[in-house]
Design a protein around this ligand. Structure first.
Ligand code: CU
Length: 382
């Protein structure tokens, strides 16, 4: 007879062995640990269609109903992506995007995800929700082979922004994560976000910035290697990964994914919620020329937000949220303030803000001009 603990350990063991086909029995035991299915008949269901980051599907900030079952669908897509002009990656993705799409629900809702691993894929994948309670965050219950689908339901009991990522066991875990397989879920308090005084606050826009560190091998001539499939890239990639020095640190899968024509936009006076996730490595977002008015640095809305931050810290394996009202027009750079990573490795986004300049906040009093060294040099300078 299986105890619940034995069942979960069995499931963990299955999850820990990559490429192993699960037996029907292991799947069945993993499924519910012998417990009866929960009676969900009292809850209404709502289907939500996910959209690719940096955008987020439509949602209420303050829930107008009681807890619901919120249904999502995701397809796992293995494909090559271009991460810079001269660099390509055999990526693993949720729904084809890096990062995967952001989901939004409210505290007390049930998240019900149907996940497909299409037959053209090569590998097993799953999903570990940091927002969920139990069984490797769902990882043990969602491990699927190419050609399989699975449905996981979990109750969103803790409000905040949380990472989800693939965790198919052993060395597959870091490889799948640094190949693009992570995303984020936002669990809003039912009555919405609150400031440091507990007063309601809301946002006009929300952007989801997923940061990734990539480890792309170079050939003998120093150029980046390009591979025909993920399996071929694995051993070279593992060697670069184990050196812990990323070749690229990017937002939304690619150098320039959020700059130029792809820049984020806002209007002066608008309040923007920036959700930032990093599933593998620490980061330190900074909005050049702006601030974090209210920052849930660790991303969990039961804690009071910090105020007026210049830079905030995202722990590897977590998501954070920062709320900012744009006061001046212009192009703001939203960067990882390790500036080597921002400028040389790619972790820069732009926010283009329309509006009228406020000289009270900042004014160019004298435009750059050559000065008379003989006159001003003697009087004003030491
Ligand atoms: Cu995976």
């Amino acid at each position: 007879m299986f105890t619940r603990r034995a069942a979960l350990m069995g499931a963990a063991f299955v999850a820990a062995v990559p490429y192993v086909m699960k037996t029907a029995k292991a799947q069945e035991v993993a499924a519910n640990g012998g417990a009866e299915p929960a009676d969900m008949s009292a809850f209404t269901r709502r289907k939500v269609k996910l959209v690719a980051p940096p955008f987020v599907h439509e949602h209420e900030q303050v829930a107008s109903t009681g807890p619901e079952i919120v249904e999502f669908e995701m397809k796992i897509v293995e494909k090559e992506i271009q991460v810079d002009e001269d660099a390509w990656l055999q990526a693993f993705t949720y729904n084809g995007s890096v990062p995967g799409p952001m989901m939004v629900v409210h505290e007390g809702d049930y998240v019900e995800l149907t996940m497909f691993n299409p037959p053209e894929n090569m590998l097993q994948h799953n999903i570990d929700f940091h927002a969920a309670t139990g069984a490797l965050g769902g990882g043990a219950l969602t491990l699927i082979n190419p050609g399989e689908k699975t449905v996981l339901r979990f109750k969103a009991t803790r409000p905040g922004v949380f990472v989800y990522h693939c965790a198919p066991g052993g060395p597959m875990i870091p490889w799948h994560v640094v190949s693009g397989m992570s995303g984020c879920i936002m669990v809003l308090p039912r009555d919405g976000l609150k400031n440091h005084l507990g007063e309601p606050v809301s946002y006009d826009r929300v952007y989801y910035i997923g940061e990734n560190d990539f480890y792309i091998p170079r050939g003998e001539d120093g150029t980046y290697m390009r591979y025909s499939d993920a399996g071929e890239s694995y051993s070279d990639t593992l060697e670069v990964m184990n050196g812990l020095i990323p070749t690229h640190v990017v937002f939304n899968g690619k150098v320039g994914a959020l700059t130029g024509d792809n820049a984020l936009t806002a209007a002066q006076g608008e309040t923007v919620l920036f959700v930032h996730s990093q599933a593998n490595r620490d980061s330190r977002p900074h909005l050049i020329g702006g601030h974090g008015d209210l920052v849930w640095e660790a991303g969990k809305f039961n804690n009071l937000p910090d105020r007026d931050l210049e830079t905030w810290f995202i722990r590897g394996g977590s998501a954070g949220a920062a709320l900012y009202t744009f006061l001046q027009p212009g192009v703001y750079a939203y960067v990882n303030h390790n500036l080597i990573e921002a400028v040389n490795l790619g972790a820069t986004a732009h926010v283009v803000v329309e509006g009228a300049w406020n000289n009270d906040l900042m004014e160019q009093v004298v435009a750059p001009v050559e000065y008379d060294v003989a006159q001003e040099g003697r009087t004003a300078l030491p």
